[in-house]
Design a protein around this ligand. Sequence first.
Ligand code: FAD
Length: 448
Amino acid sequence: MLEFDKLSLNVPPTTKKRVIIIGGGFGGINVALNLDSRDFQVVMFDKQNYHAFWPLLYQVATAGLEPDSIAEPLRKLFDDKDDFHFRLVRVTGVDPVEKSVQTLIGDLHYDYLVVATGSKSNFFGNAQVQKYAFPLKQMTDALNLRSQLLQCFEQASITRDLDVQQSLLNFVVVGGGPTGVEMAGSIAEMRTHVLPNDYPGLDFSRMHIYLVEGLDRVLPPMDPESSERAHKYLTELGVEIRLKTLVDTYDGQTVVLKNGEQLKSQTLIWAAGVTGSLIDGIPAESIERGRVLVDEFNQIKGLSNVFAIGDLAYMKGGDPEFPNGHPGVAQPAIQQGQRLAKNLGQLMRNREMEPFRYFNKGNLAIVGRNRAVADLPKGVHLGGFMAWATWLFVHIFYLIGFRSKLVVLSNWIYRFFTYQRGTRLIIRPFVRKEDIKQQEFLVKNEMV
Ligand SMILES: Cc1cc2nc3c(=O)[nH]c(=O)nc-3n(C[C@H](O)[C@H](O)[C@H](O)COP(=O)(O)OP(=O)(O)OC[C@H]3O[C@@H](n4cnc5c(N)ncnc54)[C@H](O)[C@@H]3O)c2cc1C
């Protein structure tokens, strides 16, 4: 058993400049991979020991992929990098005056600090929705959701109460961005291809999937043509779309929409927005709209030698083509990480840093088999099979690690030919803390 007060960060002293990177996501790993070990000692802190490929998280949630296939241990990613030190620890704060990073097991001095903590779900202050909704932002969220979806079908197949059964078979996805669209499409495909075989006693014509979006179209960040296509694909799959509609309340049983409509559902999936994962110690005047203000070099406004990249960073007015900041997707985080590593090398040599300029490689979203949309550079918009094939290729290409590429590809080939989803497992049942009856049921059944 570890004695808490005897733990320490245990990072060796160095004569080189020390770069501390908080977060091993898309931004953080691209800084570390591109820093020269001859110039810098690199220390990375993350509260999880893996780098995850979040664009495929919805497939974990819908039993298409195992969590391991979309994640790579951070230590493995850097096992051939000299003077790189990973510590599995949550950062609790930073002290820009003392130039130190604080964790529960000690502080560490930095010469340069990179904050790459990404974002977290934003419930827009709706505490009740936050309490009962299922977010999809972390691996544990996806596993909870996978258990919840499968438990709903198991319970629907054994209840004699038709109202309860209906609420188990209704799924409400809130947020019509890529994650919401992909979730809704994926559940709809399960209804067509997987569930009727698994639960022959259930009438799946009674299963409803609602997609609720506040704006006037799905996929608002994409071209209207792509939104229209995605809308059509979702409708073909039987997803019931509510546009210009906001959620008012949710008590775990009934979703009340602001237009007065009520949807009985035990599962509300929240994909409606994110906000920066802020760290204590960053001055309040450097924070705007939940993100950290940075200049064109990703340096946090008002601080020196402290940088923020990726979802957390708000480069307001710094990049002429993106005066309102960059979209919260993987490419800006990757490109900012790469640029920043080069700029830190420049700083070391007392040379000028280069401003960050985002190169938009395009946007993709998948609805289902042969149904995807793509906005590519030069105004090219693809749909159907071409966009679907592009989506598959891009996601395999950007997945980190050969093992992950192989596992995901073989899973997809298997699924393509069989329509099956191999990971329909309730390993760790999901149960709400308040649901005493269900807890008792699981304990009596020796399921937990
Ligand atoms: C479900 C989902 C689907 C997505 N789909 C797409 C898509 O299809 N295409 C696309 O381009 N983008 C997609 N994104 C967005 C994309 O994943 C993010 O834009 C990208 O991950 C941002 O990179 P980042 O480095 O800023 O943060 P992240 O990749 O989120 O990494 C942040 C890291 O910081 C760590 N961390 C946070 N706080 C602390 C702390 N206090 N102490 C220690 N460690 C900490 C976290 O554990 C995490 O490892 C999706 C995101 C999600 C959640």
